[in-house]
Unconditional design. Structure first.
Length: 123
């Protein structure tokens, strides 16, 4: 592998006597060369078959995870809807039971108790 151009440039700057007064321009050139070097290196790596396979596998794993999350979300939504229907049904049954108890209590209070009134004597 070739020598790092950024390090070479930095070494060149440090070897100058005296350092030029335009330090910001030198710093910008240093950064630009560093960005160019990384860009070349990453371009070379991204052009390989190994990188393409790694990227493909990563995308497949991400899509599988997304599908799992989406499927679980649909299941949770369906479960929530079912629970809501069950709560509504329980409330209806509770109301019916309350009405039934009220009507039973009302019917019991209107009945006359047997055997507690006066007895008639048979003639």
């Amino acid at each position: 592998m070739a020598a790092d151009p950024v390090l070479e440039y930095w070494a060149e700057i440090l070897s100058r006597t005296p350092v030029t007064p335009d330090v910001m321009a030198q710093w910008k050139r240093l950064l630009d060369q560093g960005i160019e070097a990384w860009s070349r290196a990453l371009s070379e790596v991204m052009a390989t078959e190994e990188f393409a396979q790694l990227l493909g596998n990563s995308i497949q794993q991400w899509l599988a995870a997304q599908e799992s999350v989406t499927g679980n979300r649909a299941q949770v939504t369906a479960l929530a809807a079912q629970l809501s229907r069950l709560e509504d049904r329980l409330q209806q049954l509770d109301e019916r039971l309350g009405r039934s108890r009220e009507s039973t209590a009302g019917a019991a209070s209107t009945r006359t108790p047997r055997g507690r009134g006066r007895r008639r004597r048979a003639a």
